[in-house]
Design a protein. Sequence first.
Length: 415
Amino acid sequence: MEQLHINGNRLWERLDDLAQIGAIAGTQGNSRLALTEEDGQARDLVISWMRELEMEVTVDGIGNVVGLWNGTNTTESLQPVMTGSHIDTVRSGGRFDGNLGVLAGLEVVQTIAEHGHSTEHPIAVGFFTGEEGARFAPDMLGSLVYVGGLDIETALNSIGIDGKKLGDELKRIGYCGTATCPGIVPKAFIELHIEQGPVLETSGIEIGVVESVQGISWTELTIEGQANHAGTTPMTMRRDAGYVASRISTFVREIATQIGGVQVGTVGKIDLHPNLVNVVASRATLTVDLRNTSGEILREAEDYLEEFCKEIASKENVVITSKSLARFEPVEFSEELVNEISSIASGLGLSTQRMTSGAGHDAQILARVCPSAMIFVPSKDGLSHNPAEYTSLEEISAGANVLLHSILQVAGECS
Ligand code: GLV
Ligand code: MN
Ligand code: MN
């Protein structure tokens, strides 16, 4: 049988077409928060491509979209081999994060179909609602519902950063579908994604074979102090929510540096109220993102944060309430699948490196129900969640070819 290759230019063009929706002026990046108008338009476009490829498209009650493809020799009753990712972005995101995994899935199907090849198992390409978690928490929300890890009612009631309810927004953009959740359990799930970090570029490696994903802890802290006059209130009498927010923010950096190793900590969002030059802030809301490959160390980091909040609340006489937005233990991918992907990449003449993912992904959620793994391609300057995110056509093509041959192998190539 001839050795198949994906069409890199076609994949690149689709990435470019999709990136026109929610494009950030003057950049190559995207602003397409989950369930916004732009997300709706992007969904319509990707579904139109699925239909062109004669895929059977279903939308479930949380808006996850799955395109199912059967070749001429496919046994339709067999479990599909699934690939895909997400097409929502952070507000100031790049064009590759998530989108690559979905469009590479379509490219794989098109390549197999146009060369008259077929697979024993159907191939499914999915995109899951709200992977980013930047508008509606938790992250990976759609895939969590897909595997039965989060009940649909709770997910539909998630309130976004703009105060809107997920269920209302889903209806508004016309993506509250009828397919049931949990969805069909795939035979396996393989996701192609950009690395979003500096490891592959630094070591000059073409393909990251992802064997695990680190644990993630997101917490929203609300600090209630007292508004007062900035000029007249003695420092000893203040109940300053803004000051406490900045101390917590600094402490999060200290947690990461003191624990060291792979521990990371981020305060990515702070809102002050009333947010005026001459008023002591009465309220602050901030988010804390802590991650570690060790579940135990991650819990330690969370404990340090909790302890610090108690201490500073008492010193400044403020009330701090804490709400968990997302909590995921570290995940190990299927060793068998990881080995298969690694040998396929090497067989294609590509250099590989086993690695852990620092970012969260739908594959880590699908790993709860089926053998799962990921393929990474390099990110220029290690940049992601930034409009300047970039991976070259050659690097993307290499990753998509590994995806193609991994899917062919797992789905049982037949002619
Ligand atoms: C998703 O992009 C994450 O925050 O890891
Ligand atoms: Mn992503
Ligand atoms: Mn992302």
